[in-house]
Ligand binder design. Structure first.
Ligand code: HEM
Length: 185
């Protein structure tokens, strides 16, 4: 998966250099416009969110604002909300990630784009592992993307090679976002 080539960074690069509340909202709405128009993802979201889009979109603005701007306005449990989704397959995740990363890269310069891409890739991986099991191999190109946007540290005297090449079955070191609340996020 490789998001569409973005314009090279130069004086002509009109993409945002910094996320703000306004451009995060524009990103969220643009992404979900694409999701809804997508023949694979559209029906999944439209079925689940019928009549609730007006709540979902501001919630997603709070989610991304919390991650990228540190607004701490999102309160929810991302894992839990995805558990009951039926019929979600690996290809749904690939499509979700492609659309999200592509939308981000078309709107933000690389240093700002990474701030969205890194949590998106990590959270997607964590959702994939809980949905498909610990033996599910994260697609190589998805892993490579994460390595590209968030290279793992390789300290000079790293003798703990076992950790660098984590065997399958160990907990995935992803930060799970949000905590369960009894109310809406
Ligand atoms: C195959 C990929 C995905 C599909 C099909 C999917 C689908 C959905 C659907 C249908 C909902 C609405 C659930 C409801 O309110 O009943 C939802 C909520 C949400 N999704 Fe996803 N999602 C996907 C991947 C992701 C990823 C990778 C992230 C994070 C980077 C994410 C973040 C969220 C958040 C924050 C919510 C709102 C949770 C809440 O209600 O507090 N989703 N997703």
């Amino acid at each position: 998966m490789s998001p569409a080539a973005a314009p090279a960074s130069s004086a002509a690069d009109t993409r945002h250099a910094e996320p703000t509340e306004d451009n995060v909202r524009e990103l969220v709405y643009a992404f979900y416009d694409r999701v809804r128009a997508d023949e694979l993802l559209g029906p999944v979201f439209d079925e689940k969110l019928a009549g609730r889009w007006d709540d979902h979109l501001p919630k997603m603005c709070r989610f991304w604002g919390s991650l990228v701007l540190g607004t701490k306005t999102y309160r929810g449990n991302v894992q839990q909300v995805h558990q009951p989704l039926d019929g979600i397959e690996p290809r749904h995740f690939s499509r979700w990630l492609f659309l999200f990363l592509d939308t981000v890269e078309s709107r933000f310069r690389p240093a700002a784009a990474v701030r969205f891409m890194e949590p998106a890739l990590r959270i997607a991986q964590s959702l994939q592992l809980s949905r498909f099991g610990w033996d599910y191999p994260i697609p190589a190109e998805q892993q490579a993307l994460l390595e590209r946007v968030a290279p793992r540290r390789h300290p000079k005297n790293d003798v703990d090679d076992a950790h660098a090449h984590r065997p399958r079955g160990e907990p995935f070191p992803a930060k799970i976002v949000g905590r369960a609340t009894d109310g809406d996020a």
